[in-house]
Design a protein around this ligand. Structure first.
Ligand code: F6P
Length: 321
């Protein structure tokens, strides 16, 4: 049971809804009578003692903002035991008795290493647009990113159709195909290429040529960055089909923007649960969602397993796309 103070940090790539989650952690802790600190700039800030006490107003005017007010960074030093020890000492110096880490796989792995050293209870929240954290259906920011990608696909279809072009849309997701698969299905793409599913480019190109002969005006191919490069794919497709082809790499635009209602709500629910669990003495868990309900996942299981692409999404794409 924690009665003194906890801290919250964001780490790794930012994602829309991280602010909503941090806000919920801060306000829940204060509601429970526990002080709360913000660690700025991820593990780098932990090591540099960028640790500041927060109040309720520190998290005002944030729920609608993308990015993370706490900042985030990648930190090589934290990968060493010496680095982690320094981080732990800084937390202890401020009287921090528990830590909520909001981030992706790599950030949660950092938390698991910190926990193994002892000295501080850790609760993780999955925050990444990639939706690739094991044990949870959902990660904070994935819904906003999917909506951003779908909005781009809608616009790209207009211009592709006007010119009778093939449009390749490269979507983020690191090594996971979730974002591409979801945006491709929701955006009505003709083809979706993801790392988890085999594809035959010759067959795809032959099909496209046939469909253009029958009058088709455009073809959208959504490709996950983890499957292959959009630029490379564009060159091959153009050569094989002889049809004018363009590529649009959506890039970091998918990471920004005001979070959707789903991301705000789920991030708020997860933030509350994380703070309550930590305060009541729980450690080494990640909170996520399973079939619409908040669930707790063992932190070590989460970081030591690779999340597969939902076979139901793959099946749906095989029927509709
Ligand atoms: O993990 C989130 C993510 O946006 C991935 O989809 C992408 O591969 C990576 O981060 C990009 O990282 P950076 O912002 O460091 O270029």
């Amino acid at each position: 049971m924690i009665t003194g103070a906890i801290a919250v940090m964001t780490s790794g790539g930012d994602s829309p809804g991280m602010n909503a989650a941090a806000r919920a952690v801060v306000r829940t802790a204060l509601y429970e009578g526990v002080r709360v600190f913000g660690i700025y700039n991820g593990y780098k800030g932990m090591l540099a003692d960028e640790i500041v006490e927060l109040n309720s107003r520190s998290v005002s005017d944030l729920i609608q903002r993308g990015g993370t007010f706490l900042g985030t960074a990648r930190c090589k030093e934290f990968k060493t035991e010496e680095g982690r020890r320094k981080g732990l000492e800084n937390l202890q110096k401020h009287g921090i008795e528990g830590l909520v880490i909001i981030g992706g796989d790599g950030s949660l792995t950092g938390g698991s290493l910190l926990s193994k050293m002892g000295g501080i209870p850790i609760v993780g929240l999955p925050g990444t647009i990639d939706n690739d954290v094991w044990g949870t259906d959902y990660t904070i920011g994935c819904d906003t990113a999917a909506n951003t990608a779908v909005d781009a696909i809608n616009k790209l279809r207009d211009t592709a159709s006007a010119h009778r072009r093939i449009m390749i849309v490269e979507v983020m997701g690191h090594t996971s195909g979730w974002l591409a698969m979801t945006a491709g299905i929701a955006g009505g793409a003709e083809y979706i290429i993801v790392p988890e599913v085999k594809y035959d480019l010759d067959e795809i190109c032959a099909e496209i040529v046939e469909s253009y002969k029958k009058g088709r005006r455009y073809s959208i191919i959504v490709v996950a960055e983890g499957a292959c490069s959009g630029v490379g794919l564009k060159n091959v497709v153009q050569e094989k089909t002889g049809i004018d082809t363009r590529v649009s790499i959506l890039g970091h635009i998918q990471r920004g923007g005001s979070p959707t209602v789903e991301d705000r709500m789920k991030a708020s629910m997860l933030g509350e649960r994380a703070a309550l669990a930590l305060i009541s003495g729980v450690s080494d868990v990640v909170f996520g969602f399973d079939e619409g309900k908040v669930v707790s996942i063992n932190l070590f299981d989460s970081v030591n397993n690779r999340k597969p692409l939902d076979p139901e999404l793959v099946r749906l794409a095989s029927v509709l796309v």
